[in-house]
Design a protein around this ligand. Sequence first.
Ligand code: NAD
Length: 264
Amino acid sequence: MPQLGFGVFQVSDAEAEAAVTTALRSGYRSVDTASAYQNEEGTGRALRESGIPREELFVTTKLWNDAQGYDDALRAFDASMSRLGLEYLDLYLIHWPTPSRGLYLDTWRAFEKLKADGRVRSIGVSNFTVETLRRLLDETDVVPVVNQIELHPYFQQAGLRAFHREHGIRTEAWAPLGQGRGLLDDPALTALGRAHGRTPAQIALRWHVQIGNVVIPKSVTPSRIAENIDVFGFELSPDDMKAIGDLDKGVRLGPDPATFNVTG
Ligand code: NAD
């Protein structure tokens, strides 16, 4: 799995085709969509028409909350694959655990079947907490390859990252740029950007890369799409990393997965 991919949350189906095409031309090979984003068709068109061999692409989609449960998950997977127009998927994620509904273990068993049948190469989860991960590990067979969680310099998730390390689960960061809200104006990131001749977004993404996160920044602006993948030609020093480590406020932008149980 490429360490840096392209996210398409809040991108319309029509915009997704153009944005993913631009991303692929800028060198991205990994794309993160979801049934709930309603842009699997546009994303799939861009992937299929890119001319890039399928085996060089890494495609992730996610099962929405309303399709949890064994049979519903198998049906939802087929629907996503027909919208994407692909023969196989690289990574399928349970989008949210929705713990009060009590369906994520049965859902995971359907994911294990999809993997055993070769329809998806790897299976993982998103927005799982230590508690929901622990149950999954205790009561099912396949360890999720990743947990995709909200993570950025203002919300660093040290506890969950340590749990992932202990269990061989890769941490994937959503909202790696803090959704562009405030984080990119932070004085520490701005100062580090000046020192390295980089933008605050590149500093934030470089920090993710150096702590080992998989990242999937989103943009529909071609110059930013190119800027966000250009983070492999410089390095942050231990002092730089500490300055960013000190920015953690422990405050989420998104919902709390322990109580987020919506299906709409
Ligand atoms: P993000 O942190 O990637 O921020 C994206 C926003 O930041 C853009 O809309 C733009 O406003 C700004 N931006 C992007 N590049 C910039 C640049 N170079 N300079 C200045 N501003 C810039 O937030 P996100 O889109 O929420 O998260 C990334 C991806 O993670 C999503 O597209 C989606 O694929 C995934 N995601 C998953 C979940 C989940 O529940 N699993 C939730 C949210 C997002």
